[in-house]
Design a protein around this ligand. Structure first.
Ligand SMILES: [Zn+2]
Length: 493
């Protein structure tokens, strides 16, 4: 006979499996919205999404659900067992959810579509104006949520916790300060050296051919059937086990190829997560946003921007885009690694990218810890940018308006990008001691993917970010590996 705790655990499994299917439906609705839907239908799609999101939220905050959650505890199971992981995350999620009154959630979700519209308009007009009242309300709601969630050391911590449970802002500050101290001289030292006459962004191409090359890359690297479609903002999504899809944009060959490689890294991770075995359970989801981002950066940068990689794929690319022949291989590799102190984060190179994130982390922290006024944020942005990059952004579209995150109420999210970069380099360092990375030169990735599968993908959510990094590399997140990797590459190009 099943004990009560086992009975309740089984009930929770069943409920979450059902909600897992609802999540799949949501993912498909989002994918369809961004890839093929007529934009005129946006209002209806918004309602469909709202109905399903609300249903999931209601189920996960219901009295019945709460009773089941409260009746069991992870300690009753072996540490790191699937049961232990599931209960730990169900509890974390439930406790975070019920602290926020439904009214506040509705208020926030109703604000976001208009806030996004205002953001689009302001971006076109290059002036932070229409977004201001919405952002003001969004920040106020976030401050209210912080008070409800509670925190130990500083308010901003409660927001970061939504994405990383075992890394707080103080720890992030320590990592970022060390990183920044080493990045600034590195940029100075190599900036001029990486200047190139040619820019891949100006190479002429046939869109169909470029698309064919990107599809070839996906198959060649992953040996999986991953769908690739065009969108204005590249993304990866896992609809259900075995159904993982990515998108890229064909504005120029550089953004098409690296957009594909980035999203492919996310997709391979999603594909090999144990979602088929543990469908709808936390244990089968990714470890964290930082770990997810480390996998996209791994394929985009560590592999995709290396000379090894292009030693193999350069000739292949010429078959699809003959214009590339004009740029010699060495110049090509230099060009995809050039250092530019330009203002837009999404266009930043691998070396300067993290400066964009460190400044956003510091600004977000000030917004929530020091309660600064909304009107003061653009100036805070511009002054911080000047301090880091040496000049002022020319207008708000190059400043506070460039990212969508704040207009969407995503605060505390930015640091995961840089943590991902650092983790990718740290894991690559360990991987090199185990696997001959010369295989990349032969267009072979099987052993690399198997290493990642064994150490990261199949572990799902069993370990937290720091635990997982430590398990693989024998130390916690350490920015030195990233710096060493960059320096070695920049020296040789
Ligand atoms: Zn990503």
């Amino acid at each position: 006979m099943l004990s009560l705790k086992n009975k309740n655990y089984k009930k929770l499994l069943k409920l979450n499996e059902k909600l897992g299917h609802y999540e799949s439906i949501l993912s498909l609705l989002y994918w369809d919205d961004r890839v093929c839907m007529n934009p005129k239908a946006a209002k209806y799609r918004g309602q469909q999404i709202a109905i399903i999101t609300e249903y999931i939220h209601k189920q996960k905050t219901s009295k019945n659900y709460g009773k089941l959650i409260e009746s069991i505890s992870p300690e009753e199971y072996e540490k790191y067992s699937p049961e232990w992981v599931n209960i730990k995350w169900w509890k974390f999620e439930y406790e975070r959810n019920i602290k926020i009154p439904p009214k506040l959630i509705t208020k926030l979700s109703q604000l976001i579509p208009s806030s996004l519209q205002a953001w689009e308009q302001d971006k076109k007009e290059k002036k932070f104006k229409h977004l201001l009242p919405f952002l003001k309300k969004i920040i106020e709601i976030n401050r209210e949520m912080i008070e409800k969630w509670g925190y130990e050391e500083e308010p901003y911590e409660a927001l970061v916790k939504g994405y990383e449970i075992d890394i707080n802002p103080k720890q992030i500050e320590k990592i970022f300060t060390k990183l920044k101290e080493k990045l600034i001289p590195l940029i100075k030292k190599y900036k001029d050296k990486t200047e190139t006459k040619t820019n891949l962004k100006n190479i002429k191409f046939e869109k169909e051919k470029l698309e064919q090359f990107c599809k070839y890359l996906v198959k060649k690297i992953s040996n999986l059937d991953i769908r690739l479609d065009p969108t204005s903002h590249p993304f990866a999504t896992a609809i259900s086990p075995f159904d993982v899809r990515i998108t890229t944009r064909y504005t120029n060959i550089e953004s098409a190829i690296f957009g594909t490689l980035h999203e492919l890294g996310h997709a391979i991770y999603d594909y090999y997560l144990p979602t088929d075995k543990y469908f709808g359970q936390p244990v089968s989801s990714s470890a964290s946003l930082s770990i997810h981002e480390s996998q996209s950066r791994f394929f985009e940068n560590l592999i995709g921007r290396s000379l090894n990689f292009w030693n193999y794929f350069y000739d292949e690319l010429i078959k699809y885009i003959p214009e590339v022949k004009k740029i010699k291989l060495e110049e090509f590799v230099k060009s995809i690694n050039r250092i530019e102190l330009q203002p837009i984060r999404t266009e930043a190179d691998e070396t300067t990218y993290n400066l964009h994130i460190i400044m956003r982390f510091n600004i977000e922290r000030e917004i929530f810890n020091k309660n600064i006024k909304i009107q003061e944020i653009p100036e805070l942005w511009n002054e911080t940018f000047k301090e880091y990059f040496g000049y002022y952004p020319k207008d708000d579209s190059e400043g506070i308006l460039q990212d969508i995150h704040w207009a969407e109420s995503l605060f505390g999210y930015f640091p995961t990008y840089t943590l991902g970069n650092l983790i990718a380099a740290q894991i690559y360092n360990t991987l090199q001691n185990n696997i001959k990375t010369e295989e990349i030169e032969k267009g072979k990735f099987e052993n690399i993917i198997n290493f990642l599968k064994e150490n990261i993908y199949l572990k799902g959510k069993t370990y937290t970010t720091q635990e997982l990094v430590e398990k693989i590399t024998n130390e916690k997140i350490n920015p030195d590996h990233f710096i060493k990797y960059l320096e070695k590459k920049l020296q040789n190009i």
